[in-house]
Structure formats: C-alpha cells, structure tokens
Ligand binder design. Structure first.
Ligand code: GDP
Ligand code: IMO
Ligand code: MG
Length: 423
C-alpha cells in the first residue's frame, strides 16, 4: 500500500475512523499525527462499535503497530481510560502494538479549564470547542512552556515543571473567574497515569524510520478535517493543529518525499459540529438525518449541523492536501432524498467564488450555487460492489468525486467494516 496519508476533506467526522480500519488491513503501521481527544473516530466491526479518541483506529486489527506521534496532544487520563475500555472489549493493547511518542505534548486540567473559561468569555462569538483543552495545550507548546510525555513519565521532572505551570495558570484562571486547582491532586493523578503509560513510551521518529527501513507500509490517520486546520480552515472557527496532509510530516517525523499517496474522506453531504460558517447548511437535510438518529457528535454528543455536499470546499481540500483518492462515506444517508443538491460555486454580492474565501465573515455571507441530482430512492446498505449500487447513486458518487478533483476510490454505504465498496 506504501505510505498513505488519510485526511478529512470537510469539517471533521467524515468517517475517517471507519476508512482507517478498512485500509489498515493492507498497512503495517498506523500513526495519529495531530489533534487530541477532541477527535472521535467510530469503527464498527460485525455490529460492535468502538469510538477511538487518541488511540489510532488501526488498533482493532491484530498485529498492527499503532503509534501516537509527536504532533498529538495527549490527555493521559483520557488515554488510560481508552486503553482500559479497549482491553475490556477484548482488544489487546500492549507495548508491542501501541506506542506513544515521548515528545507528544500533555494536556492538563488547567488547559481544559482555560478552554471552557475562554469560551464563556467569548459569549456569542465562541468557537464551540470540545472543551478538551486542545487550544490551550497547543498554545503552551508554541509558547514553549508545555510539558511533553517524557516529562510526564519522570516523577521529579513532572513535579518541578507542573508546580510552575500550576502557579501561573491558577493566576490566569482566577482572573477569568474560574476555579484554581491543587498541585497535589493534579500531580497525583498525572504521575499515576504517567507510570501506567511509561511502558508504551518511545522515540517514535526513530521507530517509524526503522519500520520504513524494514519495508513497512504506514498509514497516517488524520483527525478533524481540512476546514478545521489552524492555517487552512475557517479561522478562528478551527482547531489548533495542522489537520491537513502536511501535518502528517511534522506530526510524525516522516519526511514529505517518503509519502506516496493522500486519501481524502468525505461524506456524501456536509456536516459540522461547533460554530463557524457552513455555506450549504440546510434544515431539511438536517431534520432528515437527525430523524434517522444520525449525525450526533462521537465525542460530545452534540447534534451536528448538516447541509448539502459542498464541492467548492472539497475541491479546495484536494488542492491543499494533494488528495489522490477519495472515500465517500454515508452515501446511504441520501437513500430517501428525492432531489439532491450539490454546491458548485458561491455567490457573494456580485462576486462568484470557485474556491473557499479565506475570510470567515465573507464565507458566512456566501450563498451556494447548486446543481441538482435526481435521487436513487433505493436502499444501498446491502450493496457490496459498485455495480450493485443504483445507477443514480453511482452517477452521484462519480460526479462529486470529479467535482472534488480526485479519483473515486471507496463508496461507503453503512458504518460497518463490510459495508465498503472499492471502486
Ligand atoms: P470520524 O471522526 O471522521 O472518524 O467520523 P465519526 O466517527 O465521528 O463520524 C462518522 C459517523 O458516520 C460515525 O457514526 C460512523 O459510524 C458513521 N459512518 C461512517 N461511514 C458510514 C456510512 O457509509 N454510512 C453510515 N450510515 N454511517 C457511516
Ligand atoms: P474528528 O477527528 C468534528 C471542532 C469543534 C470546534 C472546533 C474547535 O472526530 O473528525 P477544539 O476542541 O478542537 O478546540 O474545537 O473544532 N472539532 C471537531 N469537529 N470532528 C472532530 O474530530 C473535531 N475536533 C474538533 O467542534 O468547532
Ligand atoms: Mg469524529
């Protein structure tokens, strides 16, 4: 399979977890390279559901090495809980199949508190974060005051560095009207988690290069989506990491010329959770999907905002990520729709846009220009080959791939591993 980067081509929750699980069959190593436990990646195998937040979605397959790379921010208590739950469900997580980078940054409770306090302060201008402390943790990393996993697993270093950080952050929290926290409690909890995680901790850059020398094929698991990227997304309504393909290099230490292919995952429609512009947002499709019990956040349970497929956005995603192949998920979500709309350009006043404008205020004021597709109005969930799909569903999938400027590679017609059609 060679080295493949998989990214979300929309606003997150495209079904990356499912496609990673499918593609892991052909890979040797799966690496998470960015984000933290703001991610929620759902994998369903034979009806059994797992939601991964930090552990790569390849973990459900045997004999695959799963790596949390240096670009990730890691909440160690969350990670310990996730590992415990996986083990309880019969998934073995050992230092042989799971490794954590010693240079990944650590998310602390003051990051979460600050995340919440800043959102409150912003009032109606809030981002709608997952409140997992992601922004403040990456902020500390950029400000060079963060703690890394290598600090977490060394009790003396953890105590010394944490004491300073708690002192500063308590002053900030107090000024924001939030509750300060006790060094002792945070230290006790984090030291314990650090010692539990210590056996998994390694220099993952060296490990990945050793793997490549041995001929391993690596799959890079993107989190969030292109339009949540700190640089390329709808700033400030974004997350705090580089979710796009370039992030796979910086977030893992594998250089660009060793990357062979980029796979983009996109839904057959559009969703977004949290605030910020979403040009094709539509009440009718939102009601339809929520009515089917779909499109509720895997991490926060919030209902996702829904809209028609936006090919201006996905074309932009193909450009920024260099997407070669596309996996279209949730095709079955449109099974009952009579007329399916696809956005092909935006209008803003007298101006027409064929690419996504950088200014979030301009984007929010853009009106989508739609073309319509006749719906297939036939269940697709049992289809297993492209030929079995209704003709109109095939035409739709091909058309949105073409409009997105990349090859159609996978059509997914249900959440389960086997509801996957290779085109
Ligand atoms: P991720 O964050 O990109 O991994 O996506 P999430 O897991 O947060 O959200 C995707 C949702 O769609 C999950 O509930 C998946 O189980 C589900 N899903 C993925 N592909 C399909 C599909 O083709 N059809 C249906 N019905 N559900 C899908
Ligand atoms: P996966 O990997 C969808 C959104 C939040 C908010 C913004 C910033 O499952 O696709 P943050 O907590 O990161 O500071 O929130 O980003 N967000 C996601 N939306 N899927 C995700 O991850 C997301 N991770 C963050 O809702 O709008
Ligand atoms: Mg998700």
């Amino acid at each position: 399979m060679a080295n493949t980067i998989l990214v979300g081509a929309q606003w997150g929750d495209e079904g990356k977890g499912k496609i990673i699980d499918v593609l892991t069959e052909q890979a040797d190593v799966v690496v998470r390279y960015a984000g933290g436990n703001n991610a929620g990646h759902t994998v369903i195998v034979n009806g059994r559901k797992s939601v991964l937040h930090l552990v790569p979605s390849g973990i459900l397959r045997k004999n695959k090495l799963c790596v949390i790379g240096n670009g990730v921010v890691c909440d160690p208590l969350g990670l310990v809980t996730e590992i415990t739950e996986l083990e309880r469900n019969g998934v073995k997580v050992t230092p042989k199949n799971f490794v954590l980078s010693e240079t990944a940054h650590v998310v602390f409770p003051y990051h979460r508190e600050l995340d919440g306090a800043r959102e409150l302060l912003k009032g109606k201008h809030k981002i709608g974060t997952t409140k997992r402390g992601i922004g403040p943790a990456y902020g500390d990393k950029a400000a060079r005051v963060g703690l890394r996993v290598s600090d977490l697993v060394d009790p003396a270093r953890l105590a010394a560095k944490l004491a300073l950080r708690i002192k500063e952050n308590n002053a900030v929290l107090k000024s924001l009207g939030a509750k300060p926290m006790s060094f002792k409690k945070v230290f006790t909890d984090y030291n314990q988690a650090g010692q539990q995680l210590k056996p998994f901790v390694q220099n993952t850059v060296v490990l990945l290069h050793d793997q490549m020398r041995a001929g391993a094929d690596i799959l890079f698991e993107g989190a969030q989506g292109t339009f949540l990227d700190l640089d390329h997304g709808t700033y400030p309504f974004v997350t705090s990491s580089n979710t796009t393909a370039g992030g796979a290099c910086t977030g893992s230490g594998v250089p660009p010329h060793r990357m062979d292919r980029v796979v983009g995952v996109m839904k057959a429609y559009t969703t977004r959770v949290g605030e910020g512009p979403l040009p094709t947002e539509n009440q009718e499709i939102s009601d339809l999907l929520h009515g089917m019990g779909r499109e509720f956040g895997a991490t926060t349970g919030r209902p996702r905002r829904c809209g028609w497929f936006d090919s201006v956005a996905t074309r932009h995603a193909s450009m920024v990520n260099g997407i070669d192949d596309l996996a279209i998920t949730n095709l079955d979500g449109l099974d009952t729709v009579e007329n399916i709309k696809v956005c092909v350009a935006y209008r803003h006043g007298k101006q027409q846009y064929d690419c996504v404008p950088n200014d979030a205020e301009v984007l929010a004021a853009c009106q989508p220009i739609y073309v319509e597709f006749e719906g297939w109005r036939t269940p697709t969930v049992k289809c297993r080959t492209f030929k079995q799909l209704p003709v109109k569903a095939r035409a739709y999938a091909k058309a949105i791939a073409e409009l997105s400027n990349a090859r159609l590679f996978i059509a997914s017609v249900g959440p389960d591993r086997d509801q996957t059609i290779f085109v």
